[in-house]
Every structure is written in C-alpha cells, then in structure tokens.
Write a protein that binds this ligand. Structure first.
Ligand code: 13P
Length: 251
C-alpha cells in the first residue's frame, strides 16, 4: 500500500525565528504519525529548519532549484547545494513558478532529472487553470504536463518522483476540488504513468492533491482510492492546523 505523504509549502513566508518556533510546536504534535511529513521552506530557512528537525520524523524540502550544477546564474540555487545541506525534497514546477517566473514543461523536466540525479525527491506540480477546466480540458492538460515532466526518466526514477495535482483555481482561493473530482484527476495521471512506465510503477507513485486543503477536508480527500496525501499551502503555516491535517487518520 502506498504511504500518505503530507507536505507543507510555506511559499514566501516565515523568517528563521518563525520557522524554528513553528517546528518546536509542530514536531511533538506529529511525532506518532505513520505518514510522511515534509516542510518545504524558503531557502533562508533551510539550514535552521534542518537543524531543528533533527531527532524528529519531519523531512525538509526546498521550493525550487536550478538544473545546472554551478555557473553564472545569479540568484539561483543548484540541486547539489540543496543536497549538500541534507535537504530531501524539492518542489518543481509549482503553478506560481510557471505563471510568474516563466517555468515551462521543458525546464520542469530538466529540473526533475537533475534533482533525481543528485538524490533529491522531486515533488512535481501539475494542474489546470479555471478556463481549461471550464473548457473540459483538465485530463488533457494534466496528462500532457505529467508526460513532459517525466520524459526520459527511468521507471525507477519515476517511482522516486512525487506528483502533486494542484488545480490552479483551487490554490489559495478556499475552493477545493471535490474529493471525487480530485480522485478522478489523480486516477487519470496514474493511468498516464501506467501507459508509459507500466502498472508496477504507476501503483508505486505517490500522487498528492493540493489546493485549499484544510483540517476540515483532509480526511475526505486523503481517504479516497488514489489521493496519497497533500501539498498544503496556507494551512501549513499554523502548527496546530497543519498537525491536524497530518493526523487526519487518527482518532
Ligand atoms: P493553498 O493550500 O494555500 O491553497 O496552496 C496550495 C499550494 O499551492 C500548495 O503548493
């Protein structure tokens, strides 16, 4: 059975002292979970976060990276740099990066390959806009994004990749896809992976849902057949609220 993987995406929030306070409050609340718990924090918090999650079950991720190892890329951070301080995960191709920072399916693919090559686990985001949804293009958009993001990867590498299905219209809007719709979209993504890499790989790949996940809807979403956890934005900024999401399967 696939593990549930619940990741917080702090986006551009939290100073180091806030990150430390968060972890000190959050860690005891999630210490008994069997779910994978990840905090994807800003670059400036990485080092502090890594220090403070030692001796806990919390893993740390970054929110972006460059595909080159070194060079004249002012302002960029490489996969090797993240790996060198023991970061485990990295979000790649978040819709905010595609929308505001001109990321394309091609750069997403380069980043995914590089992350895997250095031993980072990529969390690759795919998802349709409201217009695409209204035009009935959801399945087409998400299968194309998935295919292009994973192009050229070995089946083993695909198994080590997490996909986050994040409908853009549900991000930060308070509008959540229904559990049934999100599950159907995720089944569509899994089918695409099965067609290219086989059933064994498709059954192993973790596919999360993201977009206005809260403690009040986490259980309904995460107990469907194909949703393997979540990528959580706003609700991951509050320790108690995020802990409730991680512990959705308790009590
Ligand atoms: P919200 O949970 O704030 O809608 O953000 C979702 C998201 O973008 C996570 O990557």
């Amino acid at each position: 059975m696939r593990k549930k993987v619940i990741a917080g995406n702090w986006k551009m929030n939290m100073l180091p002292n806030e990150a430390i306070n968060f972890i000190n409050e959050f860690a005891p609340l999630v210490k008994d979970t069997n779910n994978e718990v990840i905090l994807c924090v800003p670059y400036t918090d990485l080092f502090y976060a890594l220090l403070h999650v030692q001796e806990t079950n919390i893993k740390i991720g970054a929110q972006n990276m460059h595909w080159e190892t070194t060079g004249a890329y002012t302002g960029e951070i490489s996969a090797e740099m993240l790996k060198s301080i023991n970061v485990d995960y990295v979000i790649i191709g978040h819709s905010e990066r595609r929308q505001y920072f001109a990321e394309t399916d091609e750069t997403v693919n380069k980043k995914v390959k590089k992350a895997l090559a250095v031993g980072l686990k990529p969390i690759v985001c795919v998802g349709e806009t409201l217009q695409e949804k209204e035009e009935g293009k959801t399945a087409n958009v998400i299968t194309t994004q998935t295919k292009l993001a994973l192009e050229g990867l070995s089946p083993e590498n695909v198994k080590n990749t997490i996909i986050a299905y994040e409908p853009i219209w549900a991000i930060g809007t308070g509008k959540t896809a229904t559990a049934q719709d999100a599950n159907e979209s995720i089944k569509t993504i899994r089918k695409e992976i099965e067609e290219n890499y086989g059933k064994d790989v498709a059954e192993c790949v973790i596919i999360q849902y993201g977009g206005s996940v809260k403690s009040t809807n986490a259980k309904e979403l995460f107990t469907t057949s194909d949703i393997d956890g979540g990528l959580v934005g706003g609700a991951s900024l509050k320790p108690e609220e995020f802990a409730k999401i991680v512990n959705f399967d308790k009590e």
